[in-house]
Design a protein around this ligand. Structure first.
Ligand code: GDP
Ligand code: MG
Length: 210
């Protein structure tokens, strides 16, 4: 396959603490679920290679804790992001109410370069008996914010791949010819080195709080 069609997108994941951001990310990148994650300190990111619509895409997915004390690093977190994922917990009404706060933050920190492609994820659908946020209500709310809505369970691996791949497809459609790629505005496509294919399990740590 020709490597000339490779793309690199930066995604950022936000939402209240404990809604399942890290669980979704690890489920997507490493195909596992572990109920004992430590709180994410500051933020870190993972890299995943995917093929969407016959195009090779490298995703750099940034994960953050929802704690206000990390606000000082958020501008670098949002910088040059191509896609935004806001996560809430369908069993926690407060996390749903805070979605607008996360969207406002993203808009504020991105300034003149708003993140065009964004999705809202309602996670933990496996806890059906504890659900307090109605699907239709969340979907309607997402639409009113110009976002698409999808419900997931990181635990049961439900819709996780669909959520990330769906957003990737929309980024490809949207930025395929004009997007920001990583930290460098290269106009469109980053051509990756042929030897640089094996980065699917790579993860990094970018910020610390001590
Ligand atoms: P984060 O703070 O948003 O990164 O949330 P975590 O990924 O650390 O998850 C917080 C807690 O929710 C952990 O105990 C997870 O095991 C649990 N959790 C995450 N996703 C799910 C899910 O889809 N279903 C259930 N039942 N628990 C989940
Ligand atoms: Mg986390």
């Amino acid at each position: 396959m020709s490597r000339s069609q490779d793309y690199l997108f930066k995604l950022v994941m936000v939402g209240e603490m404990a809604v399942g951001k890290t669980s979704l990310l690890v489920r997507y990148t490493d195909k596992i679920f572990d109920s004992n994650y430590k709180n994410t300190l500051g933020c870190d990111f993972k890299i995943k290679n995917v093929e969407v619509d016959n195009r090779q895409v490298t995703l750099q997915i940034w994960d953050t804790s929802g704690q206000e004390r990390f606000q000082s690093i958020v501008s670098s977190f949002y910088r040059n992001a191509d896609g935004l994922i806001i996560v809430f917990d369908v069993t926690c009404m407060e996390s749903f109410h805070r979605v607008s706060k996360w969207l406002r933050d993203a808009e504020y920190y991105c300034g003149s370069k708003p993140i065009k492609e964004r999705i809202l994820i309602g996670n933990k659908t496996d806890k059906a008996e504890l659900r307090v946020v109605d699907f239709k209500k969340a979907e309607k709310y997402a639409q009113s914010l110009g976002m698409s809505y999808i419900e997931t369970s990181a635990k049961d691996n439900k819709n996780v791949t669909q959520a990330f791949d769906g957003l990737t497809k929309r980024m490809l459609d949207s930025y395929g010819c004009t997007g920001w790629m990583g930290d460098v505005d290269v106009g469109s496509v980053i051509k990756l080195d042929d030897n640089a294919t094996d980065v699917s399990s790579y993860s990094g740590y970018c910020c610390s709080y001590f």
